[in-house]
Design a protein around this ligand. Sequence first.
Ligand code: GRF
Length: 201
Amino acid sequence: MSDAAGAAVFKIAVFASGTGSNAQKIIDHFQAAGGAAVALVVCNKPDAGVLHIAGRHGIATLIIEKERFFRGDGYVALLQEKGIGLLVLAGFLWKVPPALVNAFPRRIVNIHPALLPKWGGRGMYGAHVHEAVRAAGEQETGITIHYVDEHYDHGDVIFQARCAVHPGDDATAIARAVQQLEHYHYPRVIEEVVKKLTVEE
Ligand code: GRF
């Protein structure tokens, strides 16, 4: 993969298992901005919407199997062979195994739809998060973009953004506000992470 001038492009692998709205924004962002490209979409659900997005953009896909991911090589060699420089989790619910964390130190990022350390951890995903925020009567919530380590929703925070929770907001209204933050900020924060990594290389 190279750009118009023939220079090697920094390759991102997006790990996603859902509809892929964030994956879409990330693909669009780098197609416009350059400097990096989504070279691979990794997914653990053969019927996930994100695979159609990858297909429309001609992006390679990899369907991963639980056994190999957790107890085999974690697909490390394959990702390295493809020259992947950054793993971006966008709606990927499996915990990342140590093999992968060790092979890509500070090269795996995740987005969580709340202000960690609040409302994170096992079982805290999607509507569960927003429902918990609503039930607790929080007046604000937001997004957290962080490096990934071996624990759920735990690595160093790179970026947070906030939005108000209004009285009467249900989980759907909260999800909508949070998703707007995700779509705007995640591609831009990834771009900054890529810039840092390319300076270090
Ligand atoms: C996002 O809310 C993200 O924060 C979470 O999973 C969701 C993915 O949504 N980790 P989408 O598939 O990108 O629409």
